[in-house]
Design a protein. Structure first.
Length: 224
């Protein structure tokens, strides 16, 4: 049986660090948190591959299931968020809580938002089993964010979206950042928003790929 600790080390050294991820806090957290604890039993042997891992199949009218982001893309996206140790972070689309666990190892407080109640329950149980006590999991539509604890220093949207609602950006503090993967022209790219008073600066950071999140589809428009 392969040692998970060795797998984590290999993930950090062969996938994450070579991708220009230089934030030691991210490298340390990803080297310590057992990624295999956040995936279904059948997928545990594949927990450290550099690909997204399916957590749940599509439900109801959903076109896509829920997945865990690939380590390389996740780490680069997290580094772009430029977290501070006293930051309060909103983690949107936490799924089983892996992103929350990593964020909690860097920031002061994490509010993890999940729309799937079963995934939210799993996240709560896993985080508790790992004695992570500076994070709380809440449920609700992902696109709405969680206004009850805003404003946030940073918002991490853990997947690909078509657009970010203004209402979500309004939950940032002045100087706060939001990062996610946006697919506007068929080419998914990591995008960073920064709040500057009542305005928002938008920067494309790098090409990236991530599982799609429900609820962020661009509204259809009709032309005559």
């Amino acid at each position: 049986m392969v040692d998970p600790a060795l797998q984590r080390l290999n993930m950090v050294e062969s996938q994450v660090r070579p991708s220009d991820v230089t934030d030691r806090r991210i490298l340390t957290a990803m080297g310590n948190i057992p990624r295999e604890a956040f995936v279904p039993a059948a997928m545990k042997p594949l927990a450290y591959m550099d690909e997204a891992i399916l957590l749940t199949p599509p439900k109801g009218s959903q076109k896509h299931g829920r997945s865990l982001m690939a380590p390389r893309a996740f780490a680069k996206l997290l580094q772009a968020l430029d977290l501070g140790e006293t930051d309060v972070v909103l983690d949107i689309g936490c799924a089983t809580g892996y992103s929350t666990a990593i964020l909690a190892g860097i920031a002061e407080t994490v509010v993890a938002l999940e729309s799937d109640t079963e995934l939210a329950e799993q996240a709560t149980e896993i985080l508790s089993s790992l004695s992570i006590d500076n994070a709380v999991v809440v449920t609700g539509p992902l696109k709405d964010g969680y206004a009850g604890e805003c404003p946030y220093d940073a918002i991490f949207v853990g997947g690909e979206v078509a657009a970010i609602p203004e209402e979500l950006l309004d939950q940032l503090k002045d100087g706060g950042r939001l990062v996610t993967v946006v697919s506007e022209t068929g080419l998914p790219r990591a995008v960073i928003w920064r709040r500057l008073g009542e305005n928002f600066d938008r920067e494309v950071a790098f090409e990236a790929a991530a599982p799609q999140l429900p609820g962020f589809e661009r509204k259809a428009t009709f032309a005559l």
